[in-house]
Design a protein around this ligand. Structure first.
Ligand code: UD1
Ligand code: CA
Length: 473
């Protein structure tokens, strides 16, 4: 089976320097959504090759397709349509791929700018085509206002006789509400033969792909329509307003899937989740939460409000409130935030607490350790049951290179301490508040590195009087 995707249009109405199909819908290019709709068929071993018809100057699309093909291990061939002479002409560019197929091998034709097509619908087209022993299935939809679309003209037996474009339609044909979605399933030999007979004698002077239906009907083949109720799955995107509408629909579908799977959302309209995110049951996602990329959230965890998490694995029964996490791994019963910023390679073991205005990077925090307020912890290993006082800073950068800090178990770091790396704080040690630690602290040691305190009695009121007199002249 072959899947063809038409993506040669730049999409001028997007008013963009990048091709339309590279615009993102829920963090993935439109083209990727269409490719992924084939993916389930590929898993069922129905579809094993993909051909994409693109325009000549689309290096970003080429790069993306190469990457996708490698990642999925699926053959993707690119064909170039130099001049946009119509949808039929576009599919013709992929003839070399079509002619390699067996006569009866099915070919899907989809559009790169129609992203929400479901793989179940593609499967249904295949199923119907087999069950009714027909040669082409056209995905259609009933529109209250069919203006602009190709109309489905049927025979008395209910087969499709032809598809007539709006601009070429008669008054009676214009009254038909069943329209062509532009997506098809057709047997390979019927496709290649009918493509070779296309003409451009129509209103727009284009080679219409839709004309293959009439050719197939006239040459003894059978065409059926498969109707979908879901208007969004056949909706194409031409401008950024339409993009935003489908973005909302796609997000709603993702959120619904999670809710049906046991995740509570206080207000799903304010929850933004990428399609690849996994969330286990009994999690609660509070409003204004954004969860992106390769993220897993385990059972019983509460996210938000106002939290962004990307490419992270969050353990069971965590609370992550008003924080920003990227590249984090947390184990169970961890509490993060409000107002924490956890960056790449942050690892938090069980029962860790990271509080407000704490930033971490390349840092591992051992079981039960706490950094509750106002700290920067970078390139640091913190063992179990350590307390990091408010305002502790690991000075990991000397202007040239990064250096490491090790804080061994049960150590206590007093508030407002600078730990100048590389440095080690030994097991069970105490660092006095306000210290600047530049040398290693051995086990069970009290380290104090700050100016000694001196108290001058009555000096406060004396000073105040002096300044008062100076001001009054
Ligand atoms: C097409 C159908 C119409 C259907 C409508 C649904 C034809 C003749 N008409 O019309 O019956 O109701 O889709 O949206 O097919 N493309 C190319 N190269 C080209 C022309 C188009 O790659 O030379 C690609 C476009 O980028 C797009 C797809 O083909 O992804 C459909 O093209 P579009 O111009 O939107 O087709 P319509 O004229 O709207
Ligand atoms: Ca269109």
């Amino acid at each position: 089976m072959l899947g063809i995707i038409l993506a040669a249009g730049m999409g001028t109405r997007m008013k963009s320097s990048q091709p339309k199909v590279m615009h993102q819908l829920v963090s993935h290019p439109l083209l990727e959504w269409v490719l992924n709709s084939f993916e389930n068929l590929i898993e069922d071993k129905h579809c094993d090759k993909i051909a994409v018809v693109i325009g000549e100057n689309m290096p970003k699309v080429e790069e993306f397709l190469k990457h996708w093909s490698l990642e999925k291990g699926i053959e993707v061939q690119m064909f170039y349509q130099k001049e946009r002479l119509g949808t039929g002409h576009a599919v013709k560019m992929a003839l070399p791929a079509i002619e390699r197929l067996e006569d009866n091998e099915p070919v899907y034709i989809l559009c790169g700018d129609v992203p929400l097509i479901k793989s179940e619908t593609l499967q249904k087209m295949l199923h119907e085509n087999r069950r009714k022993d027909t040669d082409i299935a056209v995905l259609t939809v009933e529109k209250k206002d069919p203006t602009g679309y190709g109309r489905i003209i049927k025979t008395r037996e209910g087969y499709i006789k032809k598809i007539v474009e709006h601009k070429d339609a008669t008054k009676e044909e214009l009254a038909i509400k069943e329209i062509n979605s532009g997506m098809y399933l057709v047997k390979a030999s019927w496709l290649s033969q009918s493509l070779n007979h296309l003409k451009n004698d129509n209103q727009q002077g284009e080679y219409y792909l839709t004309d293959i239906v009439e050719w197939i009907d006239q040459n003894g083949g059978k065409a059926i329509s498969v109707v979908t109720e879901d208007h969004y799955e056949v909706s194409g995107i031409n401008n950024r307003y339409q993009l935003s509408i489908l973005e909302k629909v796609a997000r709603e579908r993702i959120n619904k899937k999670h809710m049906m799977n046991g995740v509570t959302m206080i207000d799903p309209d304010q929850v933004y989740i990428d399609p690849e995110v996994l969330i286990e049951p009994d999690c609660i996602i509070e409003p204004m939460s954004i969860i992106k990329g390769q993220t897993i959230i385990k059972r019983g965890t509460v996210i938000g409000p106002m939290t962004q998490i990307e490419n992270s694995t969050i353990g069971e029964n965590n609370i992550v409130e008003r924080s920003h996490l990227s590249g984090v791994q947390s184990k169970n019963n961890v509490k993060i935030g409000p107002f924490a910023r956890l960056r790449e390679n942050t690892i938090l073991e069980d029962d860790v607490k990271i509080g407000d205005f704490v930033e971490t990077k390349k840092t591992k925090v051992g079981k039960g350790s706490k950094a509750q307020h106002l700290s920067y912890l970078g390139d640091t290993t913190i063992e179990e049951d350590v307390n990091i006082g408010a305002g502790t800073i690991t000075c990991n950068y000397n202007g040239f290179s990064k250096n490491k800090t090790l804080i061994e178990k049960e150590a206590f770091i007093g508030s407002n301490t600078s730990l100048v790396a590389p440095v080690r704080i030994g097991k069970g040690s105490i660092v006095g508040a306000g210290s600047v630690i530049v040398r290693d602290v051995p086990e069970d040691t009290l380290a104090i590195a700050r100016g000694k305190q001196s108290n001058k009695e009555n000096r406060a009121s004396e000073l105040k009087n002096k300044y008062k007199n100076q001001k009054e002249g």
